[in-house]
Ligand binder design. Structure first.
Ligand code: 9D3
Length: 222
């Protein structure tokens, strides 16, 4: 898969995407990830990327000319162009699965300056938000989306982790888990997990998953 990211803060991307699973996907040739600076597509001496909104009001907007020039130079026939903004459709695991089957993504980061509506209408296939909280710009959301999508690409994770995911996204939170020692600072691992009775263990895990989901995420229970 090819992913291009367009941002005013390319330096934010050094680090998170050079570690761990994303790093491995890149060196294995499963992911071609390129970060681009929107400022490189400005034409004026001051490399201006923003301007005031018509009609007045607070805040600035990203200028349309550099955005059009950048997207038109970076996109190819099959590229899915995705704006990142707080007004977008909410990103979740099913959107991640939808994106993971594309050949080519272009993630366009917003910043405290919003997008001119013509960018949405003429350039974007989609507009995504990662949740209902206000960040300073779309760089972290872009990294979140890259991370969630890349781990779904064939060959990036082992089969174990991928099939485990399937059952998780089927509706309940994970049950409580324990590893050695069986007692730590007086805190004991539940007896049933040491019993070797796999039917009982299954039953306990189902109950615990349901209890935890009711408590933490009643919204995902039907
Ligand atoms: C009009 C008031 N603000 C909208 C809530 C303006 C504004 C604030 C912050 C516009 C952009 C931003 C920067 N945030 C993003 O670009 C962003 C974001 C986010 O803040 N939260 C969750 N997902 C995303 S995706 C891009």
């Amino acid at each position: 898969m090819k992913i291009d990211v367009l941002t005013l803060f390319p330096a934010m991307f050094a680090g998170p995407l050079d570690e761990s699973i994303v790093k491995r996907a890149r060196s294995a040739g499963l992911l071609d990830l390129q970060i681009h600076n929107l400022r490189d597509w400005t034409q004026d001496r001051h490399k201006t990327v923003d301007d005031r909104p018509f009609g007045g009001g607070p805040g600035m907007l990203l200028k349309v000319e550099p955005l059009f020039a950048a997207v038109e130079s970076l996109r190819r026939k099959k590229t899915r162009v995705i704006l990142l903004s707080p007004a977008g459709r909410k990103f979740n695991q099913s959107v991640a699965r939808e994106l993971a089957v594309q050949d080519d993504l272009l993630l366009v980061c917003g910043s405290y300056e919003g997008f001119d509506e013509r960018v949405r209408v003429a350039l974007a296939d989609d507009d995504l938000s990662i949740g209902d909280y206000v960040l300073t710009n779309g760089a972290l959301p872009a990294m979140v989306i890259v991370d969630a999508v890349v781990r779904l690409l064939p060959g990036v994770l082992g089969d174990d982790a991928s099939s485990h995911d399937e059952s998780f996204s089927h509706g309940l939170l994970e049950y409580p888990q324990y590893t050695r020692p069986a007692e730590f600072r007086g805190m004991k691992v539940p007896e049933v997990l040491l019993s070797g009775n796999h039917a009982e263990i299954e039953k306990w895990r189902r109950e615990q998953a349901r209890l935890r989901t009711e408590k933490q995420r009643p919204d995902i229970l039907k």
